[in-house]
Unconditional design. Structure first.
Length: 327
């Protein structure tokens, strides 16, 4: 046996496999996360990757958005949420909720221009900022705002899903320990591919975090209350939206979820927060299953519905609110 020839063949197979995995799937270049004492974790800033054919861009503030315009030049809306809003690696940048809202608002603002608000007609394309990360809930989101502020946003939109109401306290444990929250790029794409063959198991250190007791819903509502206080202090509108879990669309909402939803409604009513529940819209959609990629996350079709309704809220605020003095 010619061992030298065999060695060359094996080396060529490794090189070809490495190149193929990087170019076709994006293995070897995952989205990276960084730890933060208050937020728990956030996407590492200044990343541009392509995973499974989807483009992902993270700017200097860990937003899934282009670089901020400095100074601010027109309408700026801050969307705040979790993996549903972020879209992660399974959603191309153009198919994220934030990018769809931006596309929606370009013609809407032009068509809505009027002598009462001429600045909107002359303003550049609106900036729709996407502050989000997989696994975030209101306590992470509040901590993000406390660290970075609201970026001079004219409107803040919270994009929550039902599971967020039960979110645990922020923690940085997953970063570098959980394969879905890497802190460094692997040496080879082949190594990353091999890890996908191993059954997934979260870090054992997460067990006490996931077992957090007490009134989780109350803690998350308190975080939402603090976000509302921040927007009140900044004198900007706050909209709160809620996407349902797939089993809720099937009328299989659990009792504890119903209770949490009722508490959220009372909370928004008490603080007079504009609230939009997507459950009725999704249930009335002709093919609701096409809106979901799994039990929580939405397809581009689902994102399209969410972005359309958020766009309506924003356009309504530009028509009837007091935004003209901000341009």
């Amino acid at each position: 046996m010619n061992y030298e020839l065999l060695g060359v063949i094996i080396l060529l197979i490794i090189i070809i496999s490495e190149i193929a995995l990087r170019l076709t799937i994006g293995f070897g270049n995952p989205l990276l996360y960084i730890s933060d004492r208050e937020i728990g974790y956030l996407l590492a800033p200044n990343q541009k990757v392509r995973r499974f054919g989807n483009r992902v861009e993270i700017n200097e503030y860990s937003l899934r958005s282009p670089k901020l315009l400095e100074p601010k030049q027109g309408l700026r809306v801050l969307l705040l949420g979790d993996s549903v809003l972020n879209g992660s690696w399974w959603t191309d940048q153009k198919d994220t909720i934030s990018e769809m809202v931006r596309s929606n608002l370009q013609p809407s603002l032009l068509l809505d221009s009027s002598p009462s608000n001429p600045a909107l007609f002359n303003s550049p394309s609106p900036e729709i900022l996407n502050a989000s990360a997989n696994g975030w809930s209101p306590r992470n989101e509040l901590a993000y705002l406390q660290k970075f502020g609201i970026f001079q946003a004219d409107i803040l939109v919270l994009v929550l899903n039902t599971d967020d109401l039960f979110g645990t306290a922020p923690t940085s444990i997953p970063v570098g320990r959980d394969r879905y929250y890497p802190s460094h790029k692997p040496v080879l794409a082949i190594f990353e591919a091999l890890t996908r063959l191993i059954p997934y198991a979260p870090p054992t250190e997460m067990e006490p975090v996931n077992a957090e007791g007490g009134d989780r819903v109350g803690l998350n509502l308190a975080a939402l209350g603090a976000i509302h206080h921040l927007t009140t202090t900044e004198a900007i509108p706050l909209f709160l939206t809620l996407t349902p879990l797939w089993h809720e669309v099937l009328n299989q909402t659990k009792e504890y979820e119903i209770t949490a939803r009722e508490r959220l409604i009372k909370f928004t009513q008490a603080l007079e927060i504009t609230y939009l529940d997507f459950l009725p819209l999704f249930q009335n959609y002709l093919e609701p299953k096409s809106l979901y990629r799994d039990q929580i996350h939405l397809t581009p079709a689902g994102n399209k519905i969410v972005s359309a309704e958020i766009s309506k809220l924003i356009v309504g605020e530009t028509r009837h609110g007091n935004l003209e003095d901000k341009f």
